[in-house]
Design a protein around this ligand. Structure first.
Ligand SMILES: Nc1ncnc2c1ncn2[C@@H]1O[C@H](COP(=O)(O)OP(=O)(O)OP(=O)(O)O)[C@@H](O)[C@H]1O
Length: 260
């Protein structure tokens, strides 16, 4: 059972406000090793704020976050945590960087380790590009790639420091729906085969429900957190008020595994 797995992120009574606006209210959430967690919720529900707090781009105001049991303010092993931003199509065709250079830039946190071993860097870049099936495009200009391909490059960039956790903030925005499926399958593979814990903000429940292991439904406070099985069970009981109405209005999801 998942409860036997080690908790790697523990959020206790976390609240956050910008100016006079309470954005996160009294959040409690534990993520275990190997979870593939989708964070869903309406626009403005605090999803990105939560990710920023987990990356310490924002500092805690109230409540605590522990990573591997360490209070996040005292956590320094950031190479264990990768981040994939919402960046599909972020580079135009003239952007002067190759796929190789973009992936290599993910090593900045570990420069000390790789600085004197340029050959190893190249091997490592090829290795992570292979993991996302992009090794053939290593010398291409990043701006010439599709949004979906660029996101794979960003996954490779996150993978290069051998992270144990990857946070993703709406990684499929701007990617056409055919490619979203293969992108989510890639994430599932990283989760299952490399046992990387994934925490992904998404609007698209139907695209991820068969791959993720857990769902957190956020609307400033946490409305639900549990396994996909528990989520489906709740929705059988409470389909109208929760699954159908709330989520469909947010994301135009087609429930029951419908394609779009
Ligand atoms: N830097 C900021 N200063 C003031 N208010 C902010 C700031 N960033 C976000 N907010 C507000 O906080 C609320 C939550 O924003 P957040 O980006 O966390 O939501 P979200 O769930 O990620 O939304 P979306 O799905 O639209 O991306 C919103 O009302 C937003 O306007």
């Amino acid at each position: 059972m998942m409860e036997n797995k080690a908790p790697i992120i523990e959020i206790n009574n976390l609240s956050y406000r910008y100016a006079s606006e309470d954005v996160l209210k009294d959040l409690n959430l534990t993520v275990h090793k190997g979870d593939f967690l989708a964070i869903l919720g309406p626009n403005g529900s605090g999803k990105s704020t939560l990710i920023k707090l987990l990356l310490q781009l924002l500092k805690n105001q109230k409540g605590e976050i522990f990573i591997y049991g360490t209070p996040i303010e005292k956590f320094y092993a950031w190479e264990k945590i990768g981040f994939v931003p919402q960046k599909a199509n972020a580079f135009n065709t003239g952007f002067p960087a190759t796929v190789y250079e973009v992936v290599r830039s993910g090593l900045t946190k570990k420069t000390g380790l790789f600085h004197f071993y340029p050959r190893n860097v190249k091997e490592k870049v090829i290795d992570v590009l292979r993991a996302v099936e992009m090794e053939d495009l290593i010398n291409r200009n990043i701006g010439e790639l599709s949004g979906g391909q660029q996101q794979r490059v960003f996954i490779a960039r996150a993978l290069i420091s051998d992270p144990e956790i990857i946070l993703l903030d709406e990684p499929t925005v701007g990617i056409d729906s055919k490619r979203v499926a293969s992108f989510i399958n890639l994430l599932e593979r990283l989760n299952k085969e490399k046992n990387i814990t994934l925490i992904m903000v998404t609007h698209d429940l139907s695209a991820v429900i068969n791959q993720v292991t857990h769902i957190a439904w956020l609307n400033r406070s946490l409305q639900f957190h549990g396994s996909v099985k528990e989520f489906k069970n709740i929705n059988k009981v409470n389909a109208q008020s929760f699954y159908q109405t709330d989520l469909e209005s947010v994301s135009n999801v087609q429930v029951n595994g419908g394609k779009h």
